[in-house]
Design a protein around this ligand. Sequence first.
Ligand SMILES: *[C@@H]1O[C@H](CO)[C@@H](O)[C@H](O)[C@H]1NC(C)=O
Length: 997
Amino acid sequence: MLFIYSSVLASVFIPIIYCQTIYELLDSFRFLNEGTISSSEIYEYQYEFTFYTEPENVTREKFAWVEEVVRPYLYQKDPTKPLQCNSNPLLTGIDLPGADFLSIIPPLADPSHCNTLCCTYMSCTAWSYASLAPSDFNSCKKGQPCCYLKTYIPASVPNQDIISATMNRTCPYNHPPTGLRSAVPLGGITTGSIELRGDGTFHEWTIESQSPAAGAKFGVVDDALLVIRLRNLQTNENHTRLIRTHSNHNFDGIDTIKYHGSYPVSKLELIDYKLIANMDLYAYSIFKPGDLNRSMTPAIIYSLNIENPNDYPIAIDFMYNVPLSVQIDQTRLSKTVIQQIISNTYTQCISYCDQNNLCASWNWHIVNNQSTCLLYSDIGNNVYLSGHVSGVRGQWTYNRTGPLVLDRPGKMPANGQYVLWPFLSSDQTMTATIDNDINNILSNFSINGGWFEQTELKGSAANGAVSISTKLQPGKKKTLSILFAWYFPHHYWLDLPLDNYYSLLFNNVTTVGQSIGIDKNDDSQLKIIIKDILTLHNLYFNSNLPDYLVDSLINSASHMRSAMYFSNGDWRQWEAYDCNDVDSVHNDHQRHLPYILYFPETEKIKMYTWAKYQQNDGMIQETFTVGCMGDTAPYDQHGGRNMGDVTTIFILETLELYRWTNDFTFLKDMYPHVVAGIKWQLSVSSQLGLPEHLECTYDIPYMSQYPTTTFNSFMHLAALRACMELTLIMNDTITYNECYKSYFIAVTQINQLLWYNDSIDTGYFLAYTGGQGEKAIFTDALYGQVLAFTYGLGPLYSISKMKKHLESEVRLADTPYGLRMLTGREPLTNPQDNSIWMGASQDWSVLNLWFNMDFDSALIQSVKGLNHVRQTLNDQWNTHGLYAGDGYGIGGKPWVTSHYGFHMVLWHLPFAITGQYTDLTKGILLFSPKLRSPFILPVLIPNIFGSISATPLLNGQSSYTFTLSIGNLSLNVLAINNVKYPRSIHLTAGQSVQWIG
Ligand SMILES: *[C@@H]1O[C@H](CO)[C@@H](O)[C@H](O)[C@H]1NC(C)=O
């Protein structure tokens, strides 16, 4: 296409949001999910079959947060439907072999107990009973009675010694609305987080540096309460309400709360016709791509937008209470008891501990049939234990309009500080209080709208609370905000102290508040915080990306909740809380795109560390710390397996980071490791010309038993292509030639060993060579090609064959929830092969976009996979790695590993949609969008974000615009659809260029 005309448009950025109020800014947050939760609804846990997932209540320290076989999952009970569970008729002399998920010794040798047991588990559809178990099996013992609980009904077989039954049961349980199973995790990056759920309850607390390397999270903190009091200033009539749908104290909650989440923002719309004001609660934290330090602010802000729709003035008081000095149902694993005092109430332990100078923490539980305070001279890790209450010594202080601070001096993870601090302006007042009894706090608040008699506080107490008050004339709108910040510098890895990096940025919790200007009594910093989030969100919202994808891009970044950054400069992250290895190369790569884009330095830290631990033979080791589902290993006890997607990914990521960040020092530092990696890669491919007997991220099916797999072979192709690029840059002809030669050998070998025509018109790549089910198909087999496209390496193999393979994935492996992992090896009742790993459906769509399938058809699998979690399970802030397929009774349910990153390969989609090619080392940025003009689409480069847009002109040409919204960018070549901008460009945030062609 010919270039005709160009002009550099205005380089002055005029912020449209310049004079907006906090109210308006908050009101402009957008959301693409909603859950309506109402006080009349009943929510209950049901117990379901699972492989392993993360529990809410964690009972072990220094151990994976994992629960196996059965897990509770929250449901909404439908009271209009009958609840029925029985097993008639009994099938005497019949066995139902297989399908067991649990086997339990019943309390009496009576088959009716099997019915009772079966009814406790929603996944139980049949059972068999043996009065004398033929062998040990799960929890059953040979020779004792046994109930075998089944997830589906196997074919029956006559057996004199067995009685069986299939259940006759109804399950009046629906998936609950969005915001109850999970919600946006709030809190700075690497500072721990909390989820404010859609019913107003606070869950998943990790802000005291809890992790599988130390103590347990707090699953629920029931007395963390946001409360409002509204007063009609004409009549003085007033109402106090907990911002909860299901109140836990003697005050009403809210009729209905509508929950929405756009990470890092939660919005709770309070809907209740008896309320005399319109109110939306926002809870959010600081998140600014390109500014990691700022994003590591350990804080949450609660902002209540209030509108007075009446013709009379109203007063409003807004409070937050946190029971920070007691942890209900948490025990402290301490051994150094210094005092033991019989005590009916746990709050007495707080004063006992306060009075004993040696006391550092306490635990209250029953000892010899008596409730007892145990005072400890140390602070052990906390873990869940029902009936125990514990706490850490601490002192609250407050001085008139200053913050309310809880200080816990010491060097352990639970030592640190909290602050409750309202953002005040001239028309707002605050009060604070501390009390052992939440009911005192609430009743005084309901009478006076605060605790005005308290002008100075110093002492210990279970609860601390602050309030902020204002008045609104008719028709007026205002915002009341409370900062909840923390400062817990001491992170531990087993017994190794590793302070949090954020302790280098702040001296104490007061400086956290000061860093966002709360002491200045003006809201300019609060506006900046909100605008930074809006700028990020608008990249996606102000685009033609489909809604499901915008929502998923924004909210999947919440995966960062589990990242750790230590003051020694180490950035680390679990594979998952329930699988406690650290930064396996392959799992990291699935999730890495938002990390590399928003905080690229964190990904470089990992690359240097993987390089450091490279073996002498050139193999990159799988993880920094080995482990999964068990004891947490010592810090950086690196190791792992021989993998097809570790050394290869290390090579690819070197190219990716070099091209996207133009960092030649990084490339020079990595290059020797790349060359050594290539050597290893070729050494494990010497027999077949393809990687032999290697594991890969899909490890459950044990693919390393086979000579080679398509998955590993495509990773091999991608790595060899990356090698060719890197060796050209480094002028390393010898290595170039090896990679070039090996690449063509590999292509030929894939043709011969792995391609299979299952009919004249159809075909696919075999999952693996040899072995049982030798014609099996593996979805996501072409992941290497996904990476090759995003990093600008182009097609690795015959496009027509790759397209045929993708057609066959749907033809042979489609399910209602996404693409089944492995088809053709085991029967569909086998959960190992027949499960949905969250990468395949996304990668299917990415590839079909690059192959120019029409837009909507290409997205079908991606939409299905993500919407199953977003809109059916309503659980997108706890997306699991694997979901169950049909065939074993739990189709579509979470199957393995919580808060996972596998679905985050969805981040390859925007690259495929824009056809973005990025090589900043040459100053080249090209786009070939899959959408026709007109369009607006996001531009994603590490620390640099913006958009491209096109508008059709009457003459058949288009007007193109490139706008930068975050960062700085210099380019030699910028082109959309091969239409080049005629000059080089140097842009800063807010600037744009426009051209026609
Ligand atoms: C976790 O513990 C809390 C407090 O004991 C309890 O209310 C909650 O139901 C538990 N969660 C699950 C999933 O069992």
